[in-house]
Design a protein around this ligand. Structure first.
Ligand SMILES: Cc1ncc(COP(=O)(O)O)c(C=O)c1O
Length: 341
């Protein structure tokens, strides 16, 4: 039985189990829907088996050795990956300005961080990709690379994997911002079938609820015991079921078609709007700049005059993040605004 069906069908009548709310909520009526499907491991319909089957089906979709559903974000996936492939006092190579979970993972594993710095793309004011020379260091047990970056700069994961293989280091890719990549050939190649561990946040671009994410494993190590060390023993089954439904949608012909329509619409905006410069490697992250304006000014005009809020801005450029849920009406509004600038 799938996780979604299990939640639909589970018998709520005589459960003397946790959670004791009995799938009802007594305090604030608006939260009733949250409670309706909130069950625990002790439910007679064996949700643990449904979860393990759902993860197995996901690993078939992604063609990985293992795919784990995470209900504590990419953060937990990065920590579990480092715990799974290192021992105390190992050296782990991380980027100095990476998401804090990279350094925290290294500390939690009792390892020593070794840092590399990313160059800045001066025309855009954003960090550049990770190149092989930056990670070609001996005596390192694992390397964590962020690709894509927040702004959509993508590294060549195949080449980075070759370097890691030569140096006998595990490659962990933080693909938190690239969860749509496996579902369209128009997007950059995903790391899920290349890196030893790849972590993706479904909630950032792929339609997932906060903080749903995935950990994909491609090497012969299993991350399950590492995940067991850091995860609660009372996971949220509604969140886990939403991951299953989310992946099934993205993988379906309907999901793929929707994603490709979204990409085509953004590509057309880039073709039609000639008064703005577009950058980045990932079409779903609309990275823009305009002659004569700083990134902050551009961001303010979009906000004050057109009610459009960007995701991230620096003194040169600004980035508008799109995902599977970005409506065509919203993109039309953005195009009109950009044409008026
Ligand atoms: C590059 C990167 N990695 C990891 C994370 C952590 O992801 P999550 O919020 O899913 O735990 C973030 C969150 O912003 C991020 O930007």
């Amino acid at each position: 039985m799938s996780l979604v069906n299990l939640l639909r069908k589970h018998n709520r009548k005589f459960l003397f189990t946790t959670p004791s709310h009995g799938q009802k909520f007594f305090i604030f009526n608006k939260f009733r829907q949250f409670y309706k499907y909130d069950i625990s491991e002790t439910d007679a319909h064996d949700p643990q088996r449904a979860l393990s089957n759902a993860q197995k089906r996901a690993s078939e979709i992604y063609k990985t050795n293992y795919t784990y559903f995470l209900s504590n974000g990419s953060t937990s996936g990065i920590i579990a990956s480092v715990l799974a492939c290192t021992s105390k006092n190992d050296k782990v190579l991380i980027c100095r300005n990476a998401h804090p979970c990279h350094e925290n993972a290294v500390k939690l594993a009792g390892c020593t961080p070794v840092y590399y710095d990313l160059p800045v793309i001066s025309e855009w004011g954003i960090p550049d990709k990770t190149t092989p020379d930056l990670i070609d260091i001996k005596g390192i047990k694992a390397v964590i690379v962020t690709s894509p970056t927040y702004e959509g700069i993508v590294s060549d994961i195949r080449i980075l994997k070759e370097i890691c293989k030569k140096n006998k280091a595990y490659l962990i890719v933080d693909e938190a911002h690239g969860a749509l990549y496996p579902f369209s050939e128009k997007l950059p190649e995903s790391a899920v079938n290349i890196a030893d561990f790849t972590v993706q946040s479904l909630h950032k671009t792929a339609g997932g609820l906060n903080p749903t994410a995935l950990l994909h494993v491609n090497c012969n190590l299993d991350a399950k015991s590492a995940l067991d060390m850091i995860n609660t023993t009372s996971p949220s089954y509604p969140l886990l079921a939403s991951i299953e439904a989310n992946i099934n949608f993205l993988h379906s012909p309907r999901g793929r078609k929707h994603l490709n329509n979204l990409i085509t619409t953004i590509e057309n905006i880039k073709k039609d709007v000639k008064n703005i410069d577009f950058g980045g490697d990932d079409v779903t992250k609309i990275l823009i700049k305009k002659d004569g304006m700083t990134g902050e000014e551009l961001s303010e005009v979009l906000f004050n005059q057109f009610n459009i809020e960007d995701e991230k801005t620096n003194n040169i450029s600004t980035m508008l993040l799109c995902g599977i849920g970005t409506s065509f009406a919203k993109l039309k509004r953005l195009k009109r605004a950009l044409l008026k600038l």
